[in-house]
Write a protein that binds this ligand. Structure first.
Ligand SMILES: [Zn+2]
Length: 310
């Protein structure tokens, strides 16, 4: 009986992370993640272990975000901070050099750099104009919206497992098992989206913000340009005429706006063209945070694209 108890305890210890020594569970790393889709992936890796803290919630833009005191405290107490890079979360750069000094940083734009694409500029691609001002040599030229491809998301998961296992080797098996499950689901998602999107592949469309380059590349979509508009200010008459001309010339079937733009503004811009309008949300602003939000976001993105392009 005693023998049985002992092996049961051993088994439990192994299952729950194989912490060294009897009951000497090491503390779960405190993890802070900048944006919701990345937070979803990190949550998946940490399932059953702990919950990462999410910084940019709701409709907050990752470009000009202002940290709340509780978020500043979370950053100061973090063991690991996962973010894209200054090209996206420009607000974090300064805070990290002070508050995040003691944490390990996982900067995804560096982790994934060999598979990232240069940001499109010139021709029908208007300047991003929303504060992705990078200032780090050639990193500036990479498109930072890397979470919108499930294949890149698999790499994000891989990078997270490595970082977490280095910080918390006692739970590395749990992280690895979680990651394998999440990666498999991302693989299924990719196949599903390939099937779903193949009928609209060649249909030309325009976006308000070139956040979808990796999504487009993953599914061979036909984005033909971007329009850079300030959500706070209605463009002048001349500018509106130029945009309409552009929509006609590029034969865009649909112009995809984003949640921060007033529908009336978008309507005024496309009036008199044959293009339809639909909205894409690259961050999942209304979704509850957690692993599922990633899948809901990408499926929703595909559905919105299809509805605009059919
Ligand atoms: Zn952006």
């Amino acid at each position: 009986m005693k023998q049985f108890m002992l092996s049961a305890v051993l088994l439990v210890a192994t299952l729950f992370g194989g912490a060294p020594g009897w009951g000497a569970e090491t503390a779960v790393p405190k993890v802070v993640v900048s944006i919701k889709p990345i937070h979803a992936l990190v949550s998946g890796v940490m399932q059953g272990v702990g919950e990462p803290v999410l910084l940019v919630k709701g409709g907050g833009s990752p470009h000009g975000y202002v940290l709340r005191p509780s978020e500043a405290r979370a950053l100061a107490g973090a063991d690991l901070i996962v973010w894209i890079g200054p090209q996206l979360e420009s607000f974090l750069e300064k805070s990290l050099s002070t508050l995040g000094r003691n944490a390990t940083q996982l900067k995804l734009i560096e982790e994934l750099r060999v598979d990232l694409l240069p940001a499109r500029k010139g021709g029908s691609w208007e300047d991003h104009g929303e504060g992705h001002e990078g200032h780090h040599g050639d990193d500036r030229e990479l498109n930072p919206h890397l979470w919108l491809s499930p294949l890149l998301a698999q790499q994000v998961v891989g990078s997270c497992v490595e970082a977490l296992s280095r910080l918390d080797p006692g739970r590395s098996q749990i992280y690895a098992a979680n990651a394998a499950r999440v990666k498999a689901r991302l693989g299924d998602l990719h196949e599903r989206l390939e099937r779903k999107l193949s009928p609209v592949r060649s249909v030309p469309y325009i976006v308000f913000h070139d956040a979808y380059q990796y999504f487009e590349a993953a599914y061979n979509l036909n984005a033909v340009g971007s329009i850079s508009v300030d959500p706070e200010r209605r463009p002048g008459v001349k500018r509106i005429l130029d945009i309409r001309e552009k929509i006609k010339t590029l034969q865009a079937r649909c112009v995809f706006s984003e949640p921060q733009f007033e529908p009336q503004l978008v309507q005024a811009i496309i009036e008199g063209t044959d293009a339809g309008v639909a909205t894409l949300d690259p961050l999942g602003i209304d979704l509850p945070a957690g692993l599922e939000s990633y899948f809901t976001l990408l499926d929703g993105l595909a559905d919105s694209l299809i509805s605009g392009l059919q």
